[in-house]
Design a protein around this ligand. Sequence first.
Ligand SMILES: C[S@@+](CC[C@H](N)C(=O)[O-])C[C@H]1O[C@@H](n2cnc3c(N)ncnc32)[C@H](O)[C@@H]1O
Length: 226
Amino acid sequence: MSEDWSARQYLKFEDERTRPPRDLLAQVPLKSARRVFDLGCGPGNSTELLVERYPQAQVIGLDSSPDMLGQARQRLPNCEFIQADLADWRPPEHTELLFGNAVFQWVPDHPAVLRRLLAALSAGGVLAVQMPDNTQEPALAIMREVAASGAWAARLARAAAARDDLPTPAAYYDSLGALCARLDIWHTSTSPCVAVSSPSTPRESRALIRHNTTVASCCDFRACSS
Ligand SMILES: C[S@@+](CC[C@H](N)C(=O)[O-])C[C@H]1O[C@@H](n2cnc3c(N)ncnc32)[C@H](O)[C@@H]1O
């Protein structure tokens, strides 16, 4: 069984998935930047936001997944994409923005990795990170239960163990506060809506229907180096 991500599957909910990086980017205070990294760029949806925001910058997408990188390169042929593992990657000098949406929850001991990345930023640089804080949500609990209860359980065991609960916002503050000039941490709850069109309505007119009330919590933070 392949352990790679599926860009095609990921993009089925592209609008919903791209909302957190859009919200996170809105909080990044840099007016301009020369070099920007999209860490865990996936299929390039978050990279595209960075290219739009910083058209003069060298925007580089980084990911460990060949399938995601293949899709990102097709989507943004003028951008550079590199395959690397954040567990041991170091940013080059003169990097002004490290942007990581929905990736660090997958990186073992990510608070230590974040400390290392923050310490490597240029003066005035920004580390902006969003992680879904949803491991205790009912949908994920049911997913874990189903994964562990069938003939497939042994095959899915590694995937089930891949994510831990996030540390608390206070723990991030204690871990990173002394390394930066300013640290913002915030927690967001969203109730996702799903757009559907009924067969009788023209394709252009889409009705926004509140699809479910599952709350997806995200833990975001932005750290500016001194
Ligand atoms: C949920 S997707 C996020 C995609 C995109 N940034 C977005 O905002 O929608 C997470 C991505 O992180 C990548 N990833 C997971 N662990 C990684 C690691 N250790 N190093 C680099 N990339 C990693 C995965 O391959 C995947 O493409």
